[in-house]
Design a binder for this molecule. Sequence first.
Ligand SMILES: [Cu+2]
Length: 130
Amino acid sequence: MNKTVYTIITVALVIGIGIIFLGSQKNNTETEGPAQNVEIKDGVQYITVNARGGYSPKVSTAQAGIPTKLIVKTNGTYDCSASLVIRSVGFQKILAQTGEEVIDLGTPKAGEPIQGLCSMGMYNFSINFN
Ligand SMILES: [Cu+2]
């Protein structure tokens, strides 16, 4: 076999592996689903969102009218979901690759969702309050 054939086989393999890898990642985020990610402790509502290859759960529902904190958990997050922007509370930070960031959301009002975005606008999540 000549070099061209080897090159074509190598390129085809790399693309194939890439497609399998991306496909399995997509499945992972889909199966995580809407978790029980809201809890109230000592009058403070905590909402937990995981950041890794995007945000999960993508949509959360919480109560309006109580002091609320958002916990963003990273765990080996090397992608841009660690670069988080929440415009409505003026938050912008590059999170630790592994850790927990607690963000004060104040006392959210009903019907005013809070949205988080990665700095490039590729990934997002939102929290609805009612
Ligand atoms: Cu991004």
